[in-house]
Design a protein around this ligand. Structure first.
Ligand SMILES: Nc1ncnc2c1ncn2[C@@H]1O[C@H](COP(=O)(O)OP(=O)(O)OP(=O)(O)O)[C@@H](O)[C@H]1O
Ligand SMILES: [Mg+2]
Length: 613
């Protein structure tokens, strides 16, 4: 189950006050603009509230505007027009002001989204890799996209509807009492029912809606797992299990979906029903009071009076989800960042020679699980070092530390005698060419994938690198050759071919230090030997680290270090290590005899190797 699901779908903020204050703090510089918007909306609401009053007066005055002269009605048209135009301009004025407010708030929201996205992007660049170990990519991505979008999209409706709703409600109540207190009492009598039903329906609808959202997350992960692991599901004949869990979640969702839709759909007719009761009440009392103008005004008041309540349910859930989005965004922005680079950090690769020293390095990914301990190693400029050891021994971790993907907990790593903390990260990484077992290619041409190693590489250099990596041959068999477009993750070529491309990419980048971590694990032995040959040429004068499980790959390395449980247990060249008859000799013999030393109990292995040193 992806780690993201729960947090992504949680529509409720954990700490409402904190989330709200953070969002508001970001808008504080715009306080003046917001006050302006509030004033505009207040004027707009006042114009809307005055409208029924004018209409009521117009109806009551109508007998003065239309006089009966000798049995014929004479209408005072100029006066009628005047009044109609006044009323009309009130409507238009109110609408125009509302549009203006909307325009301003939408503009503010778009600016906010732009800024916050830039902040998130900057933040992601400054976060340590360990953050990405703990959070699923989907979740991080969703903060930068969905959550930002959620805030900016709903900002205008929240601001406008809240201000307008509140001012309209207060305005209408005042206007009603000023117009006729008796009718006002009748209209207000329906208020408790309106509130009761709205709240009741909204709360229930929201509960179902939340259920729906929670299960949507589950359904997504079932679908995702099913299709991403689609071969495995088929291999183990798990289609029916997957189908059953899909069916179960799908059914819960269907029920929650229709219940929430049905309940929310219920709000409007219910309100209308209660509203109609109000109309009847106003008609009856209005009839008794014999004031048709006031009745007309009240019919309009009643409508306006109900509007804010219709929006309450909707707005409250929107506010909640906006706060939850804000909380997720600010949580991300508050994460501890990578250590700052010192201002005098070395910022050029030019002088780098490539001597690497590990000085009593200790490191753990998680505090309670120490991994690298007491690690000391000196690699002279131009030396090639092979690292071998069982799975999980910490070989890749050593690479991660050199690249500063993770920082050591104690001890130092020195490059040319200077702590790697004193280099700019970009410089350090730029100086190292790295080829990993997990190839990373993107959806573009082969040429661009290789050029990724160095942006200004020419086409000739790219082809030359591909030749050295023994990739040229297979590339030429593809339609379009170097212009062949890889699909996402490069799955339209074989895994071994993908490795060859990443090797070509590393060659093109002309690194000072080369790291090959299981770089040739997926190519056949013949190609591997050929690449080895090319690599040997390329590695001359370059410090290189070669990690490989296939010992034939590293047999010729000048120094081989054998790692186990985060420590160096043996060190020497191939002959020396064989003579040592320790863990390396065991591993080596096993690869030819078929015996597996890793299958033997760890303790025994450990002792054996300890003795061997
Ligand atoms: N990002 C990570 N977060 C937490 N633990 C990790 C992380 N990466 C590796 N580990 C743990 O650290 C230990 C060493 O891992 P490492 O990748 O260095 O092994 P390795 O020697 O390269 O193994 P392999 O030969 O399988 O590539 C393992 O126990 C692994 O589970
Ligand atoms: Mg590894």
């Amino acid at each position: 189950m992806p780690r993201s699901t729960d947090s992504m779908m949680g529509a409720k903020p954990k700490n409402i006050k904190k989330a709200a204050s953070r969002i508001l703090a970001d808008f504080r510089p715009l306080l003046g603009t917001f006050i302006f918007v509030i004033i505009i909306l207040l004027v707009s609401a006042t114009l809307s509230v005055l409208m029924p009053v004018l209409l009521g007066d117009f109806v009551n005055d109508f007998k003065n505007l239309a006089t009966q002269v000798e049995g014929v009605f004479v209408i005072n048209w100029p006066e009628v027009f005047k009044q109609v135009i006044i009323m009309f301009s009130f409507y238009v004025g109110s609408a125009l002001l509302m549009w203006l407010a909307d325009w301003i708030v939408v503009k503010i929201s778009a600016d906010y989204a732009y800024n916050i996205r830039a902040k998130i992007k900057g933040k992601l660049d400054r976060l340590p890799l360990s953050y990405f170990d703990k959070h699923a990519y989907g979740e991080i991505l969703s903060r930068g996209t969905n959550d930002v979008d959620n805030i900016s999209r709903h900002m205008s409706s929240i601001i406008n509807q809240t201000i307008l709703g509140v001012s309209m409600f207060i305005g209408v109540v005042i206007a009603m009492f000023v117009t006729s207190w008796e009718l006002a009492l009748v209209a207000i009598a329906i208020l408790p029912f309106t509130i009761l039903f709205t709240v009741l329906i909204a709360v229930n609808a929201q509960r179902e809606f939340k259920k729906f959202r929670a299960h949507l997350g589950k359904l997504n992960s079932i679908t995702e797992e099913n299709y991403s692991g689609f071969k495995i599901v088929k291999l183990f004949n798990k289609e029916s299990d997957v189908a059953a869990s899909f069916e179960q979640v799908n059914e819960i969702m269907m029920k929650a979906d229709w219940k929430s839709q049905w309940l929310s759909g219920f709000i409007f007719p219910t309100m209308r029903f209660i509203g109609n009761l109000g109309f009847i009440g106003v008609s009856v009392v209005g009839g008794i009071l014999e004031n048709p103008g006031n009745m007309v005004a009240f019919f309009l008041f009643l409508q306006m009076f109900q509007q804010p309540f219709q929006q309450i349910g909707q707005i409250s859930s929107i506010i909640q989800s906006v706060l939850a989005s804000g909380e997720r965004i600010y949580d991300l922005l508050d994460e501890v960042e990578m250590e700052l680079e010192p201002s005098d950090a070395i910022n050029s690769e030019d002088g780098i020679k490539g001597e690497i020293v590990f000085d009593n390095v200790e490191f753990a990914y998680t505090i309670d699980k120490p991994l690298i301990r007491n690690f000391n190693l000196k690699v002279n400029t131009g030396d090639s070092i092979a690292i071998v050891g069982p799975t999980g021994a910490g070989k890749t971790t050593i690479v991660n530390l050199i690249m500063r993907f993770y920082d050591v907990n104690s001890g130092r790593i020195l490059l040319d005698g200077i702590d790697i903390h004193n280099y700019r990260r970009g410089v350090l990484r730029g100086a190292v060419g790295m080829v990993l077992q997990d190839t990373w290619l993107f959806s573009d041409t082969i040429r661009e994938n290789i050029r990724y190693g160095r942006n200004d590489a020419t086409d000739e250099e790219i082809e030359e690198a591909a030749k050295q990596a023994h990739a040229d041959h297979f590339i030429k068999t593809l339609p379009g050759a170097y212009d062949f477009v890889l699909n996402e993750d490069g799955t339209n070529i074989s895994q071994g071919q993908r490795q060859l491309l990443t090797i070509a990419r590393a060659i093109v980048s002309k690194p000072k230090i080369l790291i090959l971590d299981e770089a040739t694990s997926s190519v056949d032995t013949r190609t591997e030997l050929a690449i080895q040959d090319a690599m040997n040429g390329m590695m001359i004068g370059k410090t290189s680290f070669i990690i490989a499980h296939r010992l034939s790959t590293i047999k010729n390395a000048k120094v081989i270090i054998v790692m186990q449980k985060g420590q160096i247990v043996e060190i020497g060249n191939h002959q020396e290590l064989l003579a040592n008859n320790g863990f390396y000799a065991d591993l080596y013999n096993a690869q030819f005899s078929g015996r597996n030393p890793l299958a033997e109990p760890e303790a025994e292995n450990g002792n054996e190797t300890q003795k061997a040193i």
